[in-house]
Design a protein around this ligand. Structure first.
Ligand code: NAD
Length: 302
């Protein structure tokens, strides 16, 4: 594995590209949107500076990492030499299926096709290719340069050879891979998303306010971040998409997305990426999270 192509340069794509480039891989980062690529490189530069300030990297490491990165809007040129492609495009099955069809046609025959999907079936994505043995889930956690876990999802036909190559690659990135089978939400989101949905339901039903719900889970359960802040951080559109996959995949009403989440996504209040969700991120200098005005009067302590 030398040449890695990352597709999608949003929240996850820039972190995945950053991490591979930091560990010496040659990385091609692709997005449909030139502006998203510019923003991704700026984010990577900012995050590398943070690592330098924490003495985790040197200024020379930063230069080497940035030199390992190239950006593309044309998929064909970005994948022509890829050993491994990691798809981190929008969490939408149609977008991903079309990408897997194109990747199968454009990539060399030995290229491994991985998806960073949070919940969509790897087996179904693989069915759009003629290489289902080389299709696998490589689910990184946000923020990628910091988080150790990689959930490795074996599709129905994923080969042992490919699984082992991905496990070795994850270890080279100093990550801890965990292999799971291909069922809706895998492990991480099958457990996380019902908790986030329940937190949103608690707010929707007026049981408590944003700060109260997050404080209970932070101080009571030792979570580093409350579920509503975490939902903002993940992206409310991503949370909604994952809940729909769980709901449809298991046919069980317990996964039905809270109507408040559905409304917030429809209104474009997607969390940190749009600077408003359960919290307001417009004042970037504020250390403590500020509850969005919409929810400032909800809660037992107000
Ligand atoms: P995002 O919305 O921040 O970014 C998605 C990017 O993909 C956008 O820049 C978009 O322009 C690009 N894109 C869409 N279609 C494309 C195409 N055909 N070709 C190239 N680029 C395309 O999304 P995200 O939060 O980075 O999520 C990406 C994937 O990672 C999703 O599958 C999501 O479920 C998964 N994921 C997200 C998180 C999280 O915390 N946000 C965590 C783990 C996994």
């Amino acid at each position: 594995m030398k040449n890695i192509t990352v597709i999608g340069s949003g929240t996850m794509g820039n972190g995945i590209a950053h991490t591979f480039a930091q560990y010496g891989y040659s990385v091609s980062l692709v997005d449909l949107d030139e502006k998203a690529l510019t923003k991704a490189i700026q984010t990577i530069q900012k995050n590398l500076d943070r690592q330098i300030n924490k003495n985790k990297l040197t200024a020379d490491d930063k230069i080497a990492t940035l030199n390992n990165l190239r950006t593309f809007t044309d998929l064909k040129s970005a994948v022509s030499k890829a050993d491994l492609v990691i798809e981190a495009a929008t969490e939408n099955e149609l977008i991903k299926s079309n990408l897997f069809k194109d990747l199968d046609n454009l990539c060399p025959s030995n290229t491994i096709l991985a998806s960073n999907t949070s919940s969509i079936s790897i087996t179904r994505l693989a069915s759009h290719t003629n290489r289902p043995d080389k299709v696998i889930g490589m689910h990184f956690m946000n923020p990628v340069p910091m988080m150790q876990l990689v959930e490795v999802i074996k599709g129905y036909d994923t080969s042992e050879t490919v699984t082992n190559k991905i496990l070795k690659t994850a270890a080279k990135l100093q990550k801890v891979p965990v292999v799971v089978q291909d069922y809706p939400g895998f492990i991480a989101n099958r457990i996380l998303m019902p908790m986030i949905n329940e937190a949103i339901y608690s707010l929707y039903e007026g049981v408590a306010g944003v700060i109260e719900i997050d404080t209970v889970m932070k101080l009571g359960m030792a979570h580093p971040m409350g579920p509503l802040q975490l939902a903002d951080f993940i992206g409310l559109d991503v949370c909604l998409a994952i809940l729909k996959v769980l709901y449809n995949g298991f046919g069980n009403a317990k996964y039905a997305p809270c109507p408040l989440l559905v409304n917030m996504v429809a209104a474009g209040h997607l969390g940190k990426k749009t600077a408003i969700g359960f919290y307001n991120y417009q004042q970037s200098d504020s250390k403590e999270p500020v509850v969005a005005a919409r929810f400032s009067n909800v809660g037992l302590s107000t």
